[in-house]
Design a binder for this molecule. Structure first.
Ligand code: ATR
Length: 279
């Protein structure tokens, strides 16, 4: 019988996951279909029960359900519990098991530019849900420092204080970050600043950036944010948000099928989809 996979979110119509995963299912000869469902917060619990009742093999959840889903699952992987967010669910013999592949997806993606995170000094910009997944993953991977700059400094402090990694981190002010920019090996931009339709904005200027730094932005629309363009101009190596997106999907696909998929194929698929939607 054909297997069912899904993504639940609100909004969901722009999701690139159905096309990406359906292409992989066809390519690997898996008899399965992946469908996007718009689910309101108050209907999440019923939606999960429904997917379980009909025997869906697995699904993704995205904004705004990544935290709310946790108490609705039968078990949650320790990293996802620590992050406090699940984006991937596997149906294991009728039990729904939650994972977070956003953090690991980011880590795998950035390893093409920075193979070893161990001992690296990292600056994270932003303190929302995406920042949280990346923060825990980088701290666990052995970073020497993971400082956080956020418009609302209190929120950066709260993220750090809620973690077992507070000894690695400072919530830095805008002035501090502008002065200390050259000490960071890796700078990770996780806010929505610079995303379409506000693509002319940057979360901070990069006057003092060292050309030996790697700079990454998790935004993929536009493919090159003003922030990445400024980093490139300073001679730094850059990476856009396509990598995190495809690797979170690749790790989810592997959990569902046992096959780690061809990420070059995924990248082509996603760039083609973005080509059609970028304004
Ligand atoms: P997500 O879960 O996608 O990370 P979020 O939880 O809403 O989204 O977090 C958004 C992040 O973008 C936050 O770090 C937010 O900063 P604040 O905590 O100060 O709100 C940041 N952000 C959003 N708009 C911003 C803006 N115009 N300038 C600076 N930071 C902004």
């Amino acid at each position: 019988m054909k297997k069912l996979y899904a993504v639940l979110g609100d909004p969901i119509s722009q999701s690139m996951s159905p096309q990406m995963h359906n292409d992989l299912f066809a390519f690997y000869g898996v008899d399965a279909a992946y469908h996007a469902f718009q689910v309101k917060t108050e209907e999440l619990s019923d939606a999960i029960k429904g997917l379980k009742a009909i025997g869906a093999s697995g699904f993704n959840v995205t904004i705004p359900h990544k935290s709310a889903i946790i108490p609705l699952l039968d078990a949650v992987d320790p990293l996802a519990l620590e992050i406090g967010a699940v984006n991937t669910v596997v149906n294991q013999d009728g039990r729904l098991i939650g994972f977070n592949t956003d953090g690991p997806g980011f880590l795998t993606g950035i390893q093409s530019e920075m193979p070893d995170i161990f001992g690296k000094r990292i600056l994270l910009i932003g303190a929302g849900g995406a920042a949280r997944a990346i923060y825990f993953t980088l701290a666990k991977a052995g970073a020497a420092r993971v400082d956080i700059y956020n418009r609302t400094q209190e929120r950066a402090k709260a993220l750090i204080d809620s973690s077992p990694y507070s000894h690695l981190s400072n919530a830095v002010s805008l002035q501090q970050v502008q002065e200390e920019l050259p000490i960071y090996d890796l700078i990770v931009q996780t806010t929505s600043v610079g995303m379409y339709p506000r693509e002319n904005e940057k979360p901070l200027t990069l006057e003092n950036l060292s050309e030996t730094s790697v700079v990454t932005d998790i935004i993929y629309n536009p493919l090159e944010t003003q922030f990445l363009a400024a980093a490139k101009k300073k001679g730094a190596r850059i990476q856009n948000g396509v990598e995190m997106f495809i690797y979170q999907g690749a790790i989810a696909f592997e959990k569902w099928t046992g096959v780690f998929p061809d990420t070059n194929r995924m990248r082509k698929n996603v760039l083609q989809q973005l080509g059609g939607t970028i304004c």
